[in-house]
Design a binder for this molecule. Structure first.
Ligand code: THU
Length: 161
């Protein structure tokens, strides 16, 4: 028997001012995107902003539906939009924030499992790490690539092994 350990490194910051300007820009952009969320059922508003390698920013937010499972998370809206608009351009980072009736969340939320899978596909597609920036009012957390948030993942290469 061998035992393997998978490690996730999370960097924590007190303010956005500690981060590079391009990360600061997508933090602001994700907050603006969250204001445009369509979330009449949950009242939970999520914004996601994607930074591309060419400097472009593409944002999305959660889109809910009366048929609940037909809705989509902010992260997938943003990533799919980025890949559909710029199919040749790698994604460098995604910033995520959320607010509810009590305001922006103090502690950051992390992408759900389905969103992690979709972000991973983009990371592998362009072979470029995607930094995940999780925004809370009290702390900002950064994980330098999505693979660390989805260890033992199922991926394209598994299909042809
Ligand atoms: N949601 C997101 O958009 N992103 C997340 O990371 C977590 C959850 C959305 C889905 C649904 O519209 C609402 O938040 C409540 O789950």
């Amino acid at each position: 028997m061998i035992k393997k350990e998978y490690i996730t490194i999370v960097k924590e910051y007190e303010t956005a001012a500690e981060l590079p300007a391009e990360f600061q820009r997508i933090i602001i952009d994700s907050k603006n995107a969250s204001m445009r969320a369509y979330s009449p059922y949950s009242g939970f508003n999520v914004g996601a902003s994607v930074l591309l390698e060419n400097g472009e920013i593409v944002s999305g937010n959660n889109q809910e539906n009366a048929a609940y499972p037909s809705g989509l998370c902010a992260e997938r809206v943003a990533i799919f939009y980025a890949n559909s608009k710029y199919p040749e351009i790698p994604v460098k980072a995604i910033a995520i924030c959320a607010f509810n009736k009590n305001g922006f969340l103090k502690t950051p939320i992390t992408p759900c499992g389905s969103c992690r899978q979709v972000i991973l596909e983009t990371e592998l597609r362009f072979n470029t790490p995607i930094a995940v920036i999780l925004i809370g009012q009290k702390t900002i957390q950064i994980v330098e690539n999505i693979s660390q948030l989805l260890p033992l993942s199922f991926k394209k290469s598994d299909l042809i092994e």
